[in-house]
Ligand binder design. Structure first.
Ligand code: FAD
Length: 412
């Protein structure tokens, strides 16, 4: 399939220049496929390289509904892990909070999707769209904003090309160049922890449970993948994370067995262990005239709840909805009055999730007796008080907060 479309120089000007062809940037383009808006996606890496990242994500019910609305979920669904149960537990404390599909009356409580599956499906979804062009590989090196447009300079094969656009989208990840160029300040902190992420094969027959086990060293998320495999994200203080990455495989699996409590039977490591430092970050503003930030460019959170990408997908669906409405009403999509609607909708909702994830990590990564007692009481309350349990479940599945219209589809 010809994904790397050749763009003629006089064809570069557009309504939206999306900088960053990661999952969030391409979700936005996909959601705008039939909008009539002309889009150029600028991605620094070749498309196949951008899609090849070895990472799997917990994918919320809301994200699956957004992709159903976009029309790409049928392509993704056969290849994802599916879970019908979620189990939250604190170290070896016997009280386990069990969430089941009956709680929500849905077929699943969530999914686990590999980066390459999602991004390749999205790339294919827009491959033939006449209104969407790729400039790839191309790296943005400057943006000049004026009242009525922005001019984006892109380095392509050692040459500079310029694109005039009504609106620049910063979808270029946590270290966003677009954000720093626009001098948008951020708040947040780096954690004392890193995540060791890896895939295992296991012998336990049941593979439809997502586990979040909280240890004083940090939480461990176990997410089911097809073929009796699991993606594990194991948070630890930096030095211990490094040690775990470097342990020989046998010693690593022995350690892992203790922390999974034998829940998964015999374990086999599939592929490498990768370390990610963890941070919390929120931009002071998501928009300015002619610019909007989405996904990790706008916010980053602790992976404890598996929410980061899901928030970005929700940003993209929301922004697409507001841009389509503005365009249909004949408004200029790059004006601050249009873009403020996006910031007002998403910034507070994202902050609430960032705060909740931070609270979870700090509250559980702690051995001080009063905190241990408080959190075990909290787990007991969550297990036994229905409204509290439902609140937590809706937060995890993305069903709290304002829903973008794209997700207004039949329940999965
Ligand atoms: C250990 C770990 C586990 C996680 N687990 C989960 C999970 O279970 N569920 C979940 O929802 N989230 C999870 N996350 C968060 C998730 O990984 C991120 O939120 C998500 O990948 C962000 O996507 P993005 O498209 O915004 O940015 P990115 O994936 O970073 O994409 C940015 C793109 O922009 C391109 N780019 C950058 N600069 C330029 C430039 N100047 N010009 C052109 N292109 C450029 C890059 O090449 C890249 O392709 C996890 C994160 C970590 C660290």
């Amino acid at each position: 399939m010809a994904l790397n479309k050749q763009i003629k120089l006089n064809n570069l000007d557009c309504d939206l220049a999306i900088v960053g062809g990661g999952i969030v940037g391409v979700t936005l383009a996909s959601a705008l496929k039939n909008s009539g808006l002309k889009i150029t996606i600028i991605e620094a890496q070749p498309l196949e390289v951008a899609a090849a990242r070895k990472q799997a994500y917990a994918f919320s019910i809301l994200s699956s509904r957004i992709y159903q609305g976009i029309g790409v979920w049928d392509k993704i669904f056969p290849h994802v892990g599916k879970f019908k149960n979620i189990r939250l537990s604190d170290c070896d404390f016997s009280q386990v909070v069990k969430f089941e599909t009956a709680d929500l009356q849905t077929d699943y409580l969530g999914f686990v999707a590999q980066h390459n599956v999602v991004l390749t499906a999205l790339q294919q979804h827009i491959a033939d769209a006449p209104n969407i062009n790729w400039l790839c590989p191309g790296r943005v090196s400057n943006v000049v904003y004026s009242d009525n447009s922005a001019t984006v300079t892109v380095e392509v094969a050692g040459k500079q090309q310029q694109i005039n656009t009504k609106l620049v989208i910063g979808a270029d990840g946590a270290k966003s160049y677009i954000r720093s160029l626009a001098k948008i300040t951020t708040r947040g902190w780096k954690y004392w922890q890193s995540c060791v992420a890896f895939t295992i094969k296991h012998t336990a027959p049941q593979n439809d449970i997502a586990f979040e086990r909280f240890w004083s060293t940090g939480p461990m998320g176990v997410l089911p993948l097809p073929g009796n495999r699991c993606q594990i994200v194991w948070t630890n203080p930096h030095a211990r994370a490094k040690t775990l990455k470097e342990l020989d495989e046998k010693a690593f699996l022995t350690e892992l067995q203790q922390y999974t409590g034998g829940l998964l039977g015999d374990l086999e490591l599939v592929g490498d262990r990768v370390i990610f430092p963890v941070q919390l970050m929120q931009c002071d503003r998501y928009v300015r005239s002619r610019l909007a930030l989405v996904g990790d460019a706008a916010h980053c959170c602790h992976p404890v709840g598996g929410q980061g990408l899901n928030l970005g997908i929700r940003d993209a669906a929301t922004l697409a909805q507001l841009l389509i409405e503005a365009h249909n009403q004949g408004k200029d999509i790059g004006t601050i009055s249009v873009l403020k609607g996006y910031e007002n909708w998403r910034k507070q909702e994202n902050l609430a999730i960032l705060g909740f994830n931070d609270f979870l990590d700090r509250f559980f990564s702690n051995n001080w007796l009063p905190i241990v007692i408080a959190r075990r009481l909290g787990l007991w309350l969550m297990a036994n008080i229905k409204p509290l349990k439902m609140f937590a479940l809706k937060l995890m599945t993305g069903l709290k907060g304002k829903t973008p219209k794209l997700a207004d589809v039949a329940n999965l």
